[in-house]
Design a protein around this ligand. Structure first.
Ligand SMILES: *[C@@H]1O[C@H](CO)[C@@H](O)[C@H](O)[C@H]1NC(C)=O
Ligand SMILES: *[C@@H]1O[C@H](CO)[C@@H](O)[C@H](O)[C@H]1NC(C)=O
Ligand SMILES: *[C@@H]1O[C@H](CO)[C@@H](O)[C@H](O)[C@H]1NC(C)=O
Ligand SMILES: *[C@@H]1O[C@H](CO)[C@@H](O)[C@H](O)[C@H]1NC(C)=O
Length: 303
């Protein structure tokens, strides 16, 4: 008799779905976003008299035969595959229906790390490198966006919306960079952000990696022209500035066509006693060397 009754209800319910009739059950809220281990309460309300109203669930199952409302309540939600369903059995048609809770259980990652995937030490201009961002134990991964930053600028993002697992997983993203000297000293970061919609926590939870400092080796180069002509005025101090940019920091050496006291290995020479002639400075590091000439002329006579 019991069995017959159930089968009849099921048949009727299939019919009610087909006819698209109102379920008369409402979940409040209808979508919940819960952090791993956090409490959750959802109430299921019926808009007409019920024989039984209840929650079908591995944890927090409950039912009532008196009230038009029943709560699904868990103090600490840690069950990844929980799919609570509220069901109602009614006196009138449709005799039974159910409403599935849209439940998102999330967990922020244990760690977000950034590293250089195929390389250690300083980078070399004109070579490509892979940066790797590794995210441990995040769920649900389909709501994750991995954002890559160079300084404060977002340079790339990676979304995982095509993945389906609800349980925590490990994911990673690779950024290909071809550093130039402008990247020397740049900091790269990777941010794992879970964007779970308006029901989710605001602002959306995110974890940022430690920065990866990029050091780029490049040969010396001068900001000023490679040859400079300096007019010599009697008693005036002359400055020969050979400062070059480069990484590692360039070393300097000087040579002169004029017989001169020993010249220092400094980027800048200052003196009131230069003799006319050509002074050559060489800035070098392990990436290369570059020379610069200073031509010191006596001021034309007859002025
Ligand atoms: C790192 O990997 C990228 C892509 O595979 C490659 O183009 C690059 O040459 C590699 N860099 C080094 C230093 O091995
Ligand atoms: C991801 O990058 C695309 C362009 O590459 C941009 O349009 C989009 O807004 C970015 N998404 C996020 C979440 O930042
Ligand atoms: C990266 O650079 C920042 C600032 O330039 C510095 O404070 C930090 O110690 C550096 N980190 C590493 C790992 O070198
Ligand atoms: C030398 O030149 C560099 C840039 O070319 C500049 O930053 C520096 O201040 C100059 N030094 C002197 C002493 O003029």
């Amino acid at each position: 008799m019991e069995n017959y009754f159930l089968r009849w209800i099921l048949k009727l319910c299939m019919l009610c779905t087909v006819l698209g009739e109102e379920c008369s059950l409402e979940l409040k809220p209808s979508r919940v976003v819960v952090g791993f281990g956090e409490p959750v309460t959802v109430s299921c309300e019926a808009s007409r008299p019920v024989r039984v109203l209840g929650w079908e669930s591995a944890i927090g199952a409950a039912h009532t035969q008196q009230d038009r409302s029943v709560q699904w309540k868990v103090d600490s939600l840690i069950d990844w595959i929980e799919e609570p369903i509220c069901y109602g059995v009614f006196f009138t048609a449709p005799r039974q229906c159910e409403e599935k809770l849209n439940l998102i259980l999330y967990k922020t990652p244990d760690s977000v790390t950034i590293s250089s995937a195929n390389h250690t030490g300083p980078m070399v201009e004109g070579t490509e490198y892979q940066l790797l961002c590794d995210v441990q134990n995040i769920a649900p991964v389909q709501y994750l966006t991995l954002k890559w930053y160079r300084g404060k600028t977002e340079v790339y993002n990676h979304s995982f919306s095509d993945l389906t697992p609800v349980t925590p997983v490990q994911v990673s993203s690779i950024l290909l960079i071809a550093p130039t000297q402008a990247d020397d000293g740049a900091q790269y970061r990777c941010v794992a952000q879970l964007e779970m919609g308006p029901e989710g926590p605001q602002p959306s939870p995110s974890v940022t990696s430690e920065p990866l400092n990029v050091s780029v080796h490049y040969p010396p180069s001068f900001l000023s022209p490679d040859t400079e002509t300096v007019d010599m005025g009697l008693g005036y101090e002359i400055t020969l500035n050979c400062t070059a940019t480069g990484n590692p920091t360039p070393l300097y050496s000087w040579a002169s066509s004029a017989p001169q006291e020993k010249m220092e290995d400094q980027p800048v020479l200052t003196s009131s006693y230069f003799l006319p002639g050509t002074y050559t400075c060489i800035a070098s590091n392990k990436m290369g060397k570059k020379s610069k000439q200073f031509i010191i002329k006596t001021k034309s006579k007859g002025v």
